[in-house]
Every structure is written in structure tokens, then in C-alpha cells.
Design a protein around this ligand. Structure first.
Ligand SMILES: C[S@@+](CC[C@H](N)C(=O)[O-])C[C@H]1O[C@@H](n2cnc3c(N)ncnc32)[C@H](O)[C@@H]1O
Length: 218
């Protein structure tokens, strides 16, 4: 299991989260809509009130969560990504939804190291992202500080199964010379970061593959 060791490079992310990964996500979303975990995350945000909210999504990929939040009344969304491979698919989905004037996509800004580069938003979302980032404390702390009202993130449960899967993926990555590493951070330690930055936990769902944590400013 890889432990924390400093941020990964954008190139490292793009090697793994490439055009193929993006195309698969876009095809899946067009065919089936949100995944069950994404539906829970959007459900939590809807329950806290998303009408007219500004949304910042860190590592938002093709941006399907943002499209659904805009359809539910969010005012505007900003997507931060370290991989440029999603842009073509994201652009097509944005055009199809007719929301181009409400979506901003920013490439190459790492919120953990440059938090001031991004405007604050009512809601900050990190779906399947903290497990791709070594320094969860820095990333989640920056995300919480950018959130005016609500922060929600997902992470894998810290089980023997997920640790073995991520460990095996990292071993294969190392053997094939890839820079990207995955992480199974401690769920309680991640929740504590959000609490220490002024939030109260309001929602916790523990799934087999993904857990959802939702918190509002206390
Ligand atoms: C597993 S993918 C998830 C993408 C999308 N959220 C989804 O569920 O399909 C993780 C993404 O997080 C991005 N990422 C990781 N750390 C990031 C950071 N500090 N700032 C912005 N994006 C980041 C990576 O580039 C990658 O595209």
C-alpha cells in the first residue's frame, strides 16, 4: 500500500484518466445516467438545497454530476481537472444539455497546492478523487475552505479487499513505469479534516466500493 508522498503530476493522472476512460464514462452516463453512488451524492446535495447554488467540483471528469445539479437548479458550476483527456466528451455533454454559459472548466490547477486560484463556491464536490491524491489532509482541507455551505466527497471503504485491489493496481503501475498511485486513506481521518475546517457531518453512507460523506458548515 502506498502511503502519502507528495502530489502526483498532471501527466501521471492523464496516463490513467485518458480519453478511453473519459469516453467510457460518457457512454455510460448517456446510457444509464448517474451511478448509484453519484445519485446518493446528488440526493444529499438536493436535500441541503441546491437551488441557485454555485458548485465547485474537484476532479469532476466529464462533469456528469454538475450537469445533474444544474438540471436541479444550481446556478453555475466550475470543474477542476488535472487530466485534459475529458474535455472533448465534457464539451459534447455540455452542448447537449445546453448549459455552456453556466459551466467553467479549469485545467491544471491543483486545489491542494493553489487553493487561492479558485473562487469559493456554495458547494464543493469530490467524487472518487481523494483516493487518487496522496495528501488527503491538504486536499480536503482546501476543499472545505473553498466551500461556503456544503462539502461532499466519496472514498473507498478501508477494507482488506479495497486495500488489496489498490495495492495490486499500484504494483502493476510501478512495474509498467506509470507515475499514478491510488490510496485508501482512513475514513475517520478524512472526516476529521472536514470537521476541523468548520463542518458538521450530516450524511454518511458506507457502500461496498464507495462511501459518501456529506457535511455542512457548522
Ligand atoms: C478516478 S477519477 C474520477 C473522475 C470523476 N470524478 C469520476 O468519478 O468519473 C479522479 C480524477 O481526479 C483528478 N484529480 C486528482 N487530484 C486532483 C486535484 N488535486 N485537483 C483536480 N483534479 C484532481 C484526476 O485528474 C482524475 O481525473
Amino acid at each position: 500500500m502506498d502511503e502519502c508522498c507528495g502530489a502526483q503530476s498532471p501527466e501521471g493522472y492523464e496516463e490513467v484518466f485518458d480519453a478511453r476512460f473519459a469516453g467510457k464514462a460518457a457512454r455510460r452516463y448517456r446510457r444509464k445516467g448517474l451511478t448509484p453512488t453519484e445519485r446518493r451524492l446528488v440526493g444529499f446535495l438536493s436535500s441541503t438545497g441546491i437551488e441557485d447554488a454555485s458548485v465547485l467540483e474537484v476532479g469532476g471528469g466529464i462533469g456528469e454530476i454538475q450537469l445533474e445539479l444544474l438540471a436541479r437548479g444550481a446556478a453555475r458550476t466550475t470543474n477542476l481537472e488535472l487530466s485534459g483527456a475529458y474535455e472533448a466528451d465534457a464539451g459534447r455533454l455540455i452542448d447537449e444539455a445546453g448549459v455552456g454559459d453556466r459551466v467553467t472548466r479549469i485545467l491544471g490547477v491543483d486545489l491542494a497546492t493553489s487553493p487561492e486560484a479558485v473562487d469559493r463556491a456554495d458547494v464543493v464536490v469530490l467524487h472518487r478523487v481523494v483516493c487518487c491524491y496522496p495528501e488527503y489532509e491538504r486536499l480536503l482541507g482546501a476543499a472545505a475552505d473553498r466551500a461556503l455551505r456544503t462539502v461532499v466527497f466519496t472514498h473507498p471503504p478501508r477494507t482488506i479487499r479495497t486495500r488489496a485491489m489498490v495495492g495490486l493496481g499500484n504494483l502493476m503501475g510501478r512495474l509498467s513505469g506509470r507515475a499514478y498511485r491510488g490510496f485508501v486513506h482512513s475514513p475517520d481521518a478524512m472526516a476529521d479534516v472536514v470537521r476541523r475546517h468548520g463542518f458538521e457531518l450530516r450524511y454518511r453512507h458506507r457502500g461496498l466500493s464507495w462511501c459518501v460523506v456529506g457535511a455542512v458548515r457548522g
